[in-house]
Design a protein around this ligand. Structure first.
Ligand code: ECH
Length: 323
C-alpha cells in the first residue's frame, strides 16, 4: 500500500484533544453585528496581546494607503458603517477591495484602524456598549484558550470579513505580500529531540530564514502542505506561492518528535514545538504540531500544521498504546 494524500492526512490524527477554535468561531457567527464588533474590540484591546508594529514593513501598507485615508476622511457614522459592512460581508466597493486583500494586508488594515480608533481618529467602539449574554459567553470562551489560539481566532475572523466571490478572488492583485522585517535573529542550529531526518530539520531552518526556495526543494513535486484548519495545498508551485504570502517572518522552534515507519518505506513524523508570528513576536508563542510524511527517498510528501489545544499537547507524542 502506498501513501496517498488522503491517508497522509490521517497520520497521527485523532490522538490529540479536539480544538475549541471551530466551536468558538461558529458561536461568534451567530452574534449580531454590534456584538461581533464590540467583542473584537474587547478581545483585541483587553486580552493583553500586543502587536509589535515594527514587524510591519512600512512599504507594505502603501498598497492600501488610499483606502485607509478614504476611511480616515469619513464622518464617524460613515466609518462605523464601513466596519459593519465588512463584518456582514456586504457587497460594497470597500468590501470588494478588502475581499481581494491577502491575509496579512487584511490584518494590517484592521491594525491601522484599531490604532486610529485608540487615537480617536476613527469612530471608536462606544464605551458604554453592553454585549449580549451570548456575546459575553463567547468572550469568556476566548479568554480561556491560550494566547496562540486567541490570535488564531482573531485572524480567522478578520480573514472572513469583506465581500468575496470567485470574480473578486481572481482579480485580486497577486503581488501584495506584506514584507515583514525580522526584528529578531531567526532561530538557527535546531536540536529536535528524537528527530534525525534531514528533511524536517532543513525545512525548519529554511523557513526560519524565509528561504522558501530551499524549503520547497525538500518537497516531492506533488507534495502537499496543510495549514491549520484548512484544506491541503497541493504541488510545489502552490505551496511556494502560499509560503511567500503567509509564512514570512515566522520563527519556528520545534522541540521534540517521534517517528513511525510504514511497510512501504514511508516515514511518519510528529514534531511539536512553538511558533512565533511576526505580528506578535515574542509576546505570543503558538503551540504547534507538524505531522510529516516522508517518501523512502526522504522528500516531504505531506506536512500538516496543527494548532494544539493546550501546552500539555506538546508532550503528547506517544501513540495511545504506549500510555
Ligand atoms: C478592532 C475592532 C473592530 C473589528 C476588528 C478589530 C481589529 C482586530 C485586529 C486583529 C489582529 C489580529 C492579528 C492576528 C494574527 C495572527 C497570526 C497567527 C499566525 C499563525 C501562523 C501559523 C503559521 C503556521 C505555518 C507553519 C509552517 O510550517 C508552514 C506555514 C504555516 C479591534 C479594530 C477586526 C487588529 C494580527 C495566528 C500557525 C508553522 C502554515 C504558515
Amino acid at each position: 500500500m502506498t501513501l496517498t494524500l488522503e491517508s497522509a492526512q490521517e497520520i497521527f490524527s485523532g490522538r490529540g484533544l479536539p480544538s475549541s477554535i471551530p466551536v468558538i468561531l461558529a458561536e461568534f457567527e451567530k452574534l449580531s453585528l454590534e456584538d461581533r464588533l464590540a467583542l473584537l474590540w474587547f478581545a483585541y484591546t483587553e486580552t493583553g496581546r500586543s502587536i509589535t508594529p515594527a514587524a510591519l514593513g512600512a512599504a507594505s501598507m502603501n498598497l492600501i494607503e488610499r483606502l485607509l485615508n478614504e476611511i480616515k476622511g469619513m464622518s464617524p457614522s460613515e466609518q462605523t458603517k464601513v466596519m459593519f459592512d465588512l463584518a456582514s460581508r456586504a457587497d460594497t466597493p470597500i468590501g470588494r477591495s478588502y475581499g481581494g486583500f491577502s491575509a496579512n494586508i487584511k490584518l494590517g488594515f484592521w491594525y491601522q484602524l484599531a490604532d486610529w480608533m485608540k487615537q480617536g481618529i476613527v469612530a471608536p467602539a462606544p464605551a458604554d456598549y453592553r454585549m449580549s449574554e451570548e456575546a459575553n459567553a463567547v468572550f469568556e470562551a476566548i479568554k480561556k484558550v491560550d494566547g496562540g489560539q486567541q490570535i488564531q481566532i482573531l485572524r480567522d475572523i478578520v480573514l472572513n470579513m469583506g465581500y468575496k466571490d470567485a470574480v473578486t478572488a481572481a482579480a485580486a492583485p497577486k503581488a501584495q505580500n506584506v514584507v515583514f522585517e525580522r526584528t529578531e535573529a531567526p532561530i538557527t542550529e535546531l536540536f529536535v529531540e528524537g528527530v534525525t531526518d534531514s528533511a524536517p530539520l532543513a525545512y525548519f531552518e529554511a523557513m526560519n530564514r524565509d528561504d522558501f526556495d530551499a524549503a520547497i526543494a525538500l518537497f516531492e513535486p506533488n507534495g502537499a502542505l496543510q495549514p491549520p484548519f484548512q484544506e491541503p495545498i497541493i504541488g510545489t508551485d502552490a505551496i511556494a506561492a502560499y509560503m511567500r504570502s503567509e509564512a514570512q517572518g515566522l520563527n519556528m522552534r520545534p522541540e521534540r518528535g517521534i517517528t513511525e515507519y510504514s511497510t512501504d518505506g514511508f516515514k511518519k513524523l510528529k514534531i511539536t514545538g512553538k511558533v512565533q508570528t511576526p505580528w506578535f513576536g515574542v509576546n505570543v508563542a503558538m503551540n504547534i504540531a507538524w505531522r510529516f510524511a516522508l517518501t523512502p527517498e526522504g522528500k516531504i510528501f505531506f506536512v500538516a500544521i496543527d494548532m494544539l489545544a493546550s501546552p500539555e499537547e506538546l508532550l503528547n507524542l506517544r501513540p495511545p498504546s504506549y500510555k
